[in-house]
Design a protein around this ligand. Structure first.
Ligand SMILES: Cc1ncc(COP(=O)(O)O)c(C=O)c1O
Length: 449
């Protein structure tokens, strides 16, 4: 049994310094003194290397898998797309300060919160957002659902590219629509948009297209020219673009994220709504604090009206998001370097040492998209899936194989739609030590299979 999986809740709290912090809320416990998992060190660098255990905090990436498979089976949780690091210290400081005031009654959302969104996007991406065009949401899903409801009658088709983020299928289902999948093309190991296929799939019953940039799960960061071509097709065919840019702050070296709203054609931009959040960038997913905007006031009105977009946010989420955008930049920049290095490590280690598995360094996100087709053949996963008691895809069978034999939990490719056969998604947003351990476990499991 692993060291991590032996930790019970109290040991875990003690090991992470949480009991000390809890006892000192409002007091001055310097974060550096707690050590590990993203803590700020004397030299101004954040320590992302030391493992920061989340076991015992109801984490879906760790605890839900331990509950499902058993403690001894989960040495590294690498599913759900969040990270295992401590948040940036200014966020914790801002939260501590707010918690000192013991009242959480109704709020007017402060202008400073919207300003932090505007400043962040201008400073980092040259994107100008009119603060009056920002709509709040308790998550990107909530905004996507209202927008689909506004534009897509039940039963109509919503276009998306696959492999594609599995959560989109749920959003589309929730509004009673049907996913129309346009597979990406694989050219020399890299995914490319297939514009002909995409356009061919648009008919009188297609009203919206969900764009994901950077793209979950493949990690592609779409070029300005790709986005222009796509925007032109959607504008001409009267298909509204929902640009989900939740992963935009994670781009690996040599790549640039282009916000859809910075394209040089006003009509194309007016045909879009962009969705963003601090959740991935600053590890604040359950603070439920997201936003969407559009240069098209009619679209925003439709989302609020026909889309029934009526969203509240929570006090701590607003505080955390504002601190993240205003004061978390240094932390994020260091994290980006760290993730970039981990992506290099994953690419070289997988391709050299993990039998039957290949991967290409992604252009963005903290996800790795593994080609496990050969490993699945070798471990006879098609046969295992066919023999399973419940309906199981070969990728789900391989997910189970990895839990049982490598003690790691990855997401099965089959949940990402067309073109995901023989693939697994690995979340590398964790200490490099754990990534190395996971790859080494995987290599051993496959070498002896
Ligand atoms: C592309 C994409 N969109 C949306 C979400 C979920 O966003 P939220 O938690 O803000 O609803 C995720 C989470 O993994 C995602 O990867």
């Amino acid at each position: 049994m692993s060291k991590l999986s032996r930790l019970d809740r109290r040991t875990f709290l003690r090991s992470t310094g949480m009991t000390a912090v809890a006892g000192a809320v409002g007091g001055a416990v310097p974060l550096a003194a707690q050590g590990g998992g993203g803590a700020l060190q004397q030299d101004g660098r954040y320590d992302f290397d030391t493992i920061y255990s989340r076991i015992g905090t109801d984490s879906s990436k760790w605890d839900a898998q331990i509950a499902r498979y058993g403690r001894d089976k989960i040495e590294v949780g690498m599913g759900t797309a969040d990270q295992d690091f401590r948040i940036a210290p200014p966020i914790t400081d801002a939260l501590r300060k707010r918690i000192g005031h013991e009242n959480y009654g109704y709020l007017s959302i402060p202008g400073s919160y919207k300003e932090s969104i505007v400043d962040w996007n201008r400073r980092r991406y040259g994107l100008e957002i009119d603060p009056d065009t920002i709509q709040h949401a308790a998550g990107v899903h909530a905004g996507v659902i209202s927008t689909l409801r506004a534009f897509c009658p039940p039963g109509s088709k919503v276009l998306m590219q696959t492999p594609g983020y599995n959560g989109f299928y749920t959003d589309i289902r929730v509004v009673g629509c049907v996913a129309e999948e346009s597979p990406l093309k694989l050219v020399d190991g890299r995914y490319r948009m297939d514009f002909e296929d995409l356009e061919r799939r648009i008919d009188h019953d297609t009203h919206a297209f969900i764009l994901c940039n950077p793209h979950n799960p493949t990690g592609n960061v779409w070029s300005r020219s790709d986005l222009m071509t796509l925007g032109e097709i959607c504008n001409r065919r009267r298909v509204v673009v929902l640009a989900d840019e939740i992963h935009c702050d994670f781009v690996t070296k040599g790549h640039t994220y282009t916000p859809f709203a910075t394209l040089d054609d006003e009509a194309i931009v007016r045909n879009s709504v962009t969705f963003k959040s601090v959740s991935k960038s600053f590890n604040l997913s359950m603070m439920k604090c997201a936003y969407q905007f559009s240069t098209n006031p009619d679209y925003l009105e439709r989302i609020a009206g026909a889309g029934q977009h009526r969203q509240s946010m929570n006090t701590l989420g607003i505080i955390a998001a504002e601190a993240a955008y205003n004061e978390g930049e240094d932390w994020l920049d260091q994290l980006l370097e760290y993730i970039d290095g981990t992506q290099d490590l994953v690419e070289s280690t997988v391709n050299a040492n993990v039998p039957g598995v290949k991967t290409v360094k992604p252009e963005g996100t903290f996800l790795a998209w593994l080609d496990v087709a050969e490993a699945m053949d070798r471990t006879r996963m098609k046969q295992a899936a066919a023999a399973a008691e419940r309906p199981t895809t070969p990728e789900q069978a391989f997910q189970r194989f990895l839990v049982d034999h490598a003690h790691i939990h990855l997401n099965a490719g089959s949940s990402y739609g067309l073109g995901s056969d023989g693939r697994m998604r690995m979340n590398i947003g964790t200490s490099r030590q754990l990534v190395q351990r996971a790859l080494s476990n995987m290599a051993k499991a496959l070498a002896t299979a």
